[in-house]
Design a protein around this ligand. Structure first.
Ligand code: AMP
Ligand code: MG
Length: 403
């Protein structure tokens, strides 16, 4: 089994995303609960946005042909936002404010800084001190952003704050979203003590489970934290089986390597199917994916950096697909290396590093998979393809994870 071929990450992503059947149950939530949820059907606009032509500036609205004469015209209307003005009489102007409806007849707005005003017998007059460059200047046309009947957002989109504003702009108050996945997490290992406890000989604190609870929290999910599994085959199998009945995804950390104390993989194989094991990447080789009953299984490596990196690059995509996101992906851009990497590795590597102010990538000095400080002191993952050396200036993929 140790001779298992390693799967390249890109292939693993494709395989796993194709393998996952997204949840289909739908629920309705109010707009203020919709942030981070995944739309289950397309939303169509019932109205135009803006719903009426309105002014983009505080200024004066008039007819372009009259404004072009650059003569004083009487200001006959005053149009604040939220009002409903009458038609603008010929040969006159309207004092208008940002967001106020353009009166019938007017077609152009001149900002107040570009107008000269004077008063005569209690009547205000104004003329352009600078001509508008075209008819329609500073008029926000009705429907310029959204047309009635237009599809606003499609199914499978995870809603962000701009989306919420967009939906609010057409008066949407409730949206149909997929229900959230029920996720259970376990850590594994007889050496683990929970933070708050006291370390005995040979023991370490369990850092992965609090870390994983948090990453699911970032997706607005509350997870069932099912604690720590001992390094025992029976207990591992029983716990995984029980969790699989009431969850859509079970995630474990550790116990998926090749040692005799690694019981997770064997348990999944016995209870269901193991579809993927071992990635051709560093850190993160002992990653596992499978299914127990109708529940997906994700086995992260035990080393904390490997656990975090594999969840970031693969696990979260899988979770997002499960929740119905159509095309889950990661933010990535390329930047020149500010370092040399003379020792190629057959496995693709994801080095912890950062982007400097000049746009060059730098790697953290310590890249071992148990050094959590390398993650904390970095801002992204730098990808080095397998069997590749790097010299300064070579462009590399960078996956930012904090700013
Ligand atoms: P394993 O894959 O179980 O052999 O674990 C690999 C390494 O990660 C070992 O050094 C474990 O002690 C460590 N490890 C496993 N799980 C955790 C955890 N939840 N928190 C911190 N370290 C862990
Ligand atoms: Mg272990």
């Amino acid at each position: 089994m140790d001779k298992q071929p390693l799967t390249p990450l890109a292939q693993a992503v494709q395989q796993v995303l194709a393998d996952i059947t997204s949840l289909t149950e739908v629920e309705q939530v109010s707009l203020d609960q919709a942030q981070g949820r995944v739309l289950s059907k397309a939303l169509v606009s019932p109205i135009a946005v803006p719903p009426f032509a309105n002014s983009q500036m505080d200024g004066y609205a008039g007819r372009f042909d009259e404004l072009r004469a650059e003569t004083f015209l009487p200001v006959r209307l005053r149009v604040p936002a939220g009002s409903s003005p009458p038609e603008l009489p010929f040969g006159s102007l309207a004092r208008i404010f940002t967001g106020a409806p353009i009166p019938e007849g007017a077609d152009t707005v001149i900002m107040q800084e570009d107008m000269t005003t004077q008063e005569q017998d209690g009547q205000l007059f104004a003329r352009p001190s600078r001509l508008p460059d075209c008819k329609g200047r500073f008029v926000r046309q009705s429907g310029a952003d959204i047309q009635p009947g237009q599809i606003l957002l499609g199914p499978g989109r995870r809603l962000g704050s701009a989306d919420i504003g967009f939906l609010a702009s057409v008066g949407v108050q409730k949206v149909d979203v997929f229900r959230q996945p029920r996720v259970a997490i376990f850590s594994t290992g007889d050496e683990l003590v929970q933070p708050g406890g006291a370390l005995g000989p040979g023991q370490i604190f369990d850092s992965n489970r609090p870390m994983m609870r948090t990453v699911f929290g970032q997706y607005g999910l509350s997870v069932s934290d099912l604690g720590r599994l001992p390094d025992k085959a029976d207990a591992t199998r029983e716990a995984l089986q029980r969790a699989s009945h009431s969850h859509d995804m079970v995630l474990t950390c550790g116990g998926v390597s090749v040692g005799e104390e690694d019981h997770v993989k064997a348990a999944v194989t016995a209870l269901g199917s193991l579809r993927l094991w071992k990635l051709a990447m560093k850190p993160g080789k002992p990653f596992a994916f499978g299914q127990i009953n109708r529940c997906y299984f994700v086995g992260l490596p035990g080393n904390p950096v490997s656990a975090w990196v594999t969840f970031f690059l693969l696990g979260q995509l899988l979770l997002r697909r499960l929740e119905g996101e159509t095309a889950p992906n990661l933010l990535k851009f390329t930047a020149p290396a500010g370092f040399d990497w003379p020792r190629p590795d057959p496995r693709e590597e994801f080095l912890r590093g950062r982007l400097d102010d000049q746009g060059f990538l730098h790697i953290h000095a310590r890249q071992d998979s148990h050094i959590l400080s390398s993650l904390v002191e970095s801002t992204g993952l730098i990808r080095i393809p397998g069997n590749t050396t790097v010299v300064q200036g070579d462009r590399l993929d960078f996956f930012p994870y904090r700013f």
